[in-house]
Design a protein. Structure first.
Length: 176
């Protein structure tokens, strides 16, 4: 079974400055550990809500750490400092807008302000990048909605083969 390299990028001025502890990055790791059977190596980056810093973290995780998957949290709202989608678009060769559409649709079942979220996804080289909201509950809801398509997407771009834990999540790969 392939080892999976996973980057987690937390974009938060307040967590970066130590005003509060990051819990969203830990929430991502917790959910992915429930979903993925492969051995996972996590590369964690905590950055300010700054487009250049986010872009640098994404590039380093894709190009140097050879991550198959990068999941970001934070910076997807409408506030002036929320620039994670712009950073993602700035480093990706292809954008995958369907992921953001599905996450917003899933979140709207729980909160009407989900429409304010701008999360998206994209591809850089052989790495799939997914933007998630910042709250652990929302992270779980969004990952539950989109994860079934992520392993096959990573297959298509030449990344590592992800084995899913069928007890916790059902993924989809077309039968060949």
């Amino acid at each position: 079974m392939d080892k999976i390299n996973i980057g987690i990028v937390v974009a938060s001025d307040r967590a970066f400055e130590g005003i509060y502890e990051d819990i969203s990055g830990k929430a991502i790791e917790e959910v992915l550990n429930e979903y993925i059977l492969n051995q996972c190596e996590y590369f964690y980056r905590l950055v300010q809500d700054d487009q250049k810093m986010i872009e640098q973290a994404l590039i380093e995780l894709c190009d140097d750490q050879k991550c198959d998957l990068i999941v970001t949290t934070g910076g997807t709202g409408p506030a002036l400092r929320d620039v994670t989608p712009e950073a993602t678009q700035g480093v990706c060769e292809k954008m995958m807008p369907g992921f953001g559409e599905l996450m917003r649709q899933a979140s709207l079942k729980y909160v009407p302000t989900a429409i304010l979220s701008r999360q998206t996804a994209g591809i850089r080289n052989r790495c799939f990048i997914l933007n998630l909201p910042g709250k652990p509950k929302s992270i779980r809801e969004c990952l539950e909605a989109v994860f079934p398509a992520i392993p096959y997407c990573i297959d298509l771009i030449g990344g590592a083969f992800i084995e899913a834990n069928d007890k916790n999540i059902k993924i989809f790969r077309p039968k060949s």
